[in-house]
Design a protein. Sequence first.
Length: 161
Amino acid sequence: MANIPAVIEITTKEIAASFDNGMEFFSTFGGNPVASAAGLAVLGVLEEEHLQENALRVGNYLTARLKGLQERWALLGDVRGSGLFLGMDLVLDRKSREAAPKQASYLANRLRERGILTGTDGPSHNVIKLRPPLIFSQADADLFVATLDAILSEDAAKPGA
């Protein structure tokens, strides 16, 4: 089990003082023994199964694979992120950086149809956001990249379609 200190500071005095505004603050979800035990159990699994290290290792692998796709597909303007929290910026033109929200929506929907959940994000809704579970493996990354590559080859995914 993780070595968790008995007292954990979770906020600053300034934030805590902001709750002293005459209104009662009440939460049934925080601070009870069951929620605390569940939280400690989750932290224990994260540590014992090295899930943070897995997220970094597999995330770096996935990023490299996606950058390889970026070389093949001009629609992928950028691949960025940290660990397993990644984004792929879809653009109609890499020089002008014109957003490709229609293609991003198409890709997200086609991925969903193939059993892969992603989302679109960004001010222009042209970023495919990836946030798989911490147990995501290298084999899962390979499946995602192969599926994405196949969908990118579809006519409806191409700029101007």
